[in-house]
Write a protein that binds this ligand. Structure first.
Ligand SMILES: *[C@@H]1O[C@H](CO)[C@@H](O)[C@H](O)[C@H]1NC(C)=O
Length: 383
């Protein structure tokens, strides 16, 4: 019996041994894969967090503490309330609550539905402030970020911010709820030359129907006086001790201040060498915006009208956004302590530089009429 059984037993044992070894190997592989996955997710998470820290994004509790309530007292953008029903669009009709319940970390994407895309020194600060006073939601500034970001997020124009992606951008508008804020504004005049980046973000699969809801506003000023105003702005900052890179072209390398004539001659050289980055060549950039976003979603305003007859500009903005807007534009003339006179050489050099593109602009706008409330024909800068 023993002899008979032994082989059987031995067989059984060895087959059981084989079984358990192979299952140990299988389970081992499964456990290893699980460990690897966990380690991978952990390290990606860690990397993401450290990148966020570098970019000034911090954890949600601190963000909430830093919330800016600058316009909370003006939350009624309809003024008399009569227009609240005739709002043309509802903002971001996603089911925020369900998403928030199921996935705390992937909040729904909130993108601004109004972009004031420029131009710099053409009244964008006044318009943005006035819209914010009327309850239009403004971006949130995060700890470690400069205060001016409350008007302009500087997302599409700053590579380090743009590369942080749509979630980074969305975070700045998460506090803009559908109920209290039908309109959400980012007024970054530097976006004027970034049409394709804006388009890429608004057509991102996460963006939902944001592209269809997007309204664009541009305000144009005679490029020659715009350049003088920009020079004066930079000079003002420089004289008050600022040394940021973007304003250093108002001084010579030996530290003496350039006259506007000297500045203009260099500017002319720069623009000729690199027209793609020249904000004052309006028509080139507007063509990109129109090509990507269409003409009816873009309202082009005249700085001249804004200064001489602001009530007309108000009317156009009200019609474009479909809301009643109250109050007046505040003027932001903080650079008034510097010369506003146009020196003769600069006038000639810059006038010559922009003449052709200005003509092209009038022609383009005549051939591509904008939304009904826009000024037509668009006024010439020299009139
Ligand atoms: C500084 O440099 C500019 C341009 O090169 C020159 O015109 C000016 O005389 C210089 N000023 C001084 C104080 O050296």
């Amino acid at each position: 019996m023993v002899n008979q059984n032994t082989p059987t037993l031995r067989r059984d044992t060895s087959s059981r041994n084989r079984l358990s070894i192979s299952s140990i190997i299988k389970y081992g592989i499964v456990v290893l894969v699980a460990i690897c996955c966990y380690a991978y997710i952990w390290s990606v998470n860690k990397l993401f967090n450290s990148k966020n820290e570098m970019l000034g994004i911090v954890s949600p509790p601190e963000e909430n503490k830093m919330a800016h309530g600058a316009t909370s007292s003006n939350a009624d953008m309809h003024g008399d309330g009569s227009n609240s029903r005739s709002l043309p669009q509802k903002v971001h009709s996603r089911n925020t609550q369900n998403l928030a319940n199921s996935k705390a970390k992937t909040a729904p994407i909130v993108l601004p539905n109004v972009l004031l895309i420029g131009a710099q020194k053409a009244g964008t600060s006044s318009i943005a402030q006035w819209l914010h006073n009327n309850g239009v939601c403004h971006p949130k500034v995060f700890p470690g970020e400069p205060a001016y970001l409350i008007k302009e997020v500087q997302f599409f124009n700053q590579p380090n911010r743009y590369n942080a992606g749509i979630d980074f951008y969305s975070k700045r508008f998460e506090h803009c709820s559908e109920e209290t804020h039908p309109w959400i504004l980012d007024a970054t005049p530097n976006y004027f030359i970034e049409a394709s980046k804006v388009y890429n973000t608004y057509t991102d699969e996460k963006a939902g129907d944001a592209l269809a809801k997007l309204k664009l506003i541009a305000i144009l000023r005679d490029p020659v006086s715009r350049e003088l105003s920009w020079y004066n702005h930079k000079l003002h900052e420089y004289k008050h001790g600022a040394r940021d890179e973007w304003l250093l072209d108002v001084v010579h390398t030996n530290g003496t201040i350039k006259t506007f004539d000297e500045y203009s001659i260099e500017l002319s050289r720069l623009i000729t060498a690199n027209p793609k980055d020249a904000f004052s060549l309006y028509v080139d950039h507007l063509k990109s915006w129109v090509e990507l976003f269409g003409r009816q979603q873009l309202l082009i305003l005249s700085y001249n009208e804004f200064v001489t007859d602001p009530s007309k500009t108000v009317g156009r903005l009200e019609e474009f956004l479909g809301v009643k807007l109250n109050g007046e534009f505040e003027k932001y003339n903080f650079w008034r302590d510097v010369s506003k006179e146009m020196p003769t050489i600069a006038k000639e050099v810059l006038g010559e530089l922009f003449r052709e593109k200005n003509e092209e602009l009038y022609e383009f706008l005549a051939n591509n009429p904008g939304p009904p409330m826009e000024e037509k024909p668009f006024p010439r800068f020299d009139e």
